[in-house]
Design a protein. Structure first.
Length: 179
């Protein structure tokens, strides 16, 4: 084997395929450094800024959602309070209406009873007046018939009005006393 072959054989033995060549190693490290610097200087701040904006948006959204939920709960409580107050007011108005209806009913009943009493009193007064008129008419008729009868029995005329009246009154008084 020649020298060149020995060197090639030695070089082949010394060459490890897992280890890169020095030139590739330097270029790789330089490229890695350029990419790392680019990432650190340009992309990382932008990514952090975007993440911060998203975090703020999410936290703000959560905060707005919590505020909206608190406001909705407050409105719901206010609505329930108003509804309870409206129900209470409706119950109070119904009770007032019932009381007014009862009062109106009582007033109408009293008015009807008063009207009935007035009509009954007027009827009693009319009956009493009719009775008095009938009694007076009957008294006059009885007096006339009595004087005619007495005149026939006695045989003389009892034309004197004063005498006639006294006789009739005495006769009627005696009749009432017998009863």
């Amino acid at each position: 084997m020649t020298k060149a072959a020995t060197l090639l054989a030695a070089e082949e033995q010394a060459y490890n395929p897992l280890l890169p060549h020095t030139f590739e190693l330097v270029v790789g490290i330089f490229s890695f450094a350029v990419v790392a610097i680019f990432l650190i200087k340009v992309l990382v701040p932008r990514i952090q800024k975007t993440l911060a904006e998203r975090t703020d948006a999410i936290e703000g959204g959560i905060k707005r959602a919590e505020e909206a939920q608190a406001e909705a709960l407050a409105l719901q409580k206010q609505y329930r309070d108003q509804l309870a107050e409206a129900r209470h007011e409706a119950a109070r108005l119904r009770e007032e209406a019932r009381e007014q209806a009862a009062q109106i009913k009582a007033e109408l009943r009293e008015e009807a009873q008063a009207e009935a009493r007035r009509l009954i009193d007027a009827a009693h007064a009319q009956i009493e007046a009719d009775r008095q008129a009938a009694f007076a008419q009957l008294r006059t008729e009885i007096g006339r018939l009595s004087t005619d009868l007495a005149g026939r029995i006695v045989g003389e005329s009892l034309e004197d009005e004063a005498r006639q009246r006294r006789t009739v009154d005495r006769f009627l008084d005696e009749l009432e006393a017998v009863r």
